[in-house]
Design a protein around this ligand. Structure first.
Ligand code: NAD
Length: 362
């Protein structure tokens, strides 16, 4: 079976890091017999420039028909003054909603070679390996009613709605329990059940679902405590599951524990495990066009795609190993550079991963 992958480079460094991912996919096809077909389309600011919308119909159709979507990044100062309905980020939100990508998986792994890159003490973070499962298509980011209205006294009143149905909580819960089963067997559900009724229900549903997963140890934590624990003793966590907004915030915090936004991949999955894969970072306008962006988060996103959507866990392992080998060799892009290492650009880093991959195979 040939896997169809829709590639959406997007804006800024998205374009540069996707070049490296393409090289990796070509290598997997030519050297490892991985049957893959790719097609590119526009999303984000470049799509707005070309078509007047950040998510053209042709892109959506391609994404719907593909087995997986690989995305670079969207956005940039050029499009910041546009109406919110056509900003590049709308393209992303639209893809997530249209493809029903309700489960966002964000690993925060600290490679031992990069222990010094974290702002926390290396004994606190060394060996860190957390997976945050964030609900992605519901909650306050999508809830209605929403808006800003003008009051009679001239003030403005802004409002958003936090809303979940029990089935939405159950489906994200099941994804998280199943992942916890394959990892360390511990799941922490994060909510604000002491203040928000909606997340009190979230807690109840998680507890009900846990009956089907007796091999997973479920715990609950309030989000404020979870934020504190993530920087106090992050290694206590294995898998965390939480709402859209709490997950947005906590996963960025967890990412920074590793000190390297350029190293972290992510997956957003639908009920059939089809998904969109992307690095967690943005389009980095400050370094775009210079060929210096770290491509490893994107290459690791390809590994996640092989593992979670395309049924190729052994190839995924190979990519993970190749990245580790390259770090052992002392190669570093600017974002993870430290004394004594050799600084390289995006292309050299991508090539080094492919060389390590081939060496592992021979
Ligand atoms: P950003 O992640 O683009 O950049 C933050 C900092 O990290 C910058 O200094 C940047 O140079 C650096 N950085 C990011 N990725 C890097 C990489 N691979 N290698 C080396 N350094 C890297 O976040 P931002 O500056 O807040 O946002 C810039 C634009 O990206 C905005 O328009 C924002 O809306 C958009 N954005 C898009 C996504 C996405 O497409 N998923 C996510 C976040 C932000």
């Amino acid at each position: 079976m040939t896997h169809k992958i829709a590639i959406l480079p997007g804006d800024g460094i998205g374009v540069e890091i996707i070049v490296e991912a393409r090289k990796l996919l070509d290598c997997l096809r030519d050297d490892f017999g991985f049957a893959v077909e790719t097609e590119e389309a526009l999303v984000g600011g470049c799509a707005y420039d070309a078509t007047g919308t950040p998510l053209p119909e042709a892109t959506l159709t391609l994404a719907r028909e593909a087995d997986s979507v690989l995305l670079g990044a969207v956005g940039g100062p050029k499009w910041e003054s546009l109406d919110i309905s056509v900003r590049p980020e709308r393209g992303l939100l639209g893809l997530r909603a249209e493809l029903e990508l309700f489960a966002n998986l964000r690993p925060a792994i600290l490679y031992p070679q990069l222990a010094d890159a974290s702002t926390l003490r290396s004994d606190v973070v060394a060996g860190l390996d957390i997976l945050i499962v964030r609900e992605l298509t519901g909650g306050i980011y999508f809830g209605q009613p929403r808006g800003v209205e003008k009051l009679a006294d001239g003030q403005r009143r802004g409002y958003n709605t936090l809303v979940y149905t029990s089935s939405e909580v159950e489906r994200i819960g099941r994804v998280a329990f199943e992942i916890a089963q394959k990892r360390g067997g511990r799941l922490c559900s994060v909510d604000k059940a002491n203040v928000l009724e909606c997340t009190e229900m979230w807690r109840e549903v998680m507890t009900e679902v846990s009956a089907d997963y007796p091999d997973v140890e479920l715990s609950h934590m309030y989000v404020d405590n979870a934020a504190m624990q993530l920087v106090r003793a992050p290694k206590q966590f294995d898998v965390m599951v939480t709402t859209n907004m709490f997950g947005d915030i906590l996963s960025d915090c967890a990412a920074m524990l590793t000190g390297s936004i350029g190293m972290l991949p992510s997956a957003s999955l639908n009920a059939q495990n089809r998904g969109m894969y992307e690095p967690i970072h943005g389009s980095a306008p400050d370094i775009a066009g210079q060929g210096v962006a770290n491509p490893l988060a994107t290459l690791l996103s390809v590994a996640m795609m092989l593992r979670y959507s395309l049924g190729e866990p052994a190839l995924a392992e190979r990519i993970d190993r190749a990245v580790s080998v390259v770090l052992d060799q002392g190669l570093r892009t600017g974002d993870i550079m430290s004394t004594g290492m050799r600084q390289v650009g995006s292309a050299e880093m991508g090539d080094a991963v492919i060389t390590a991959l081939r060496a592992d195979a021979s």
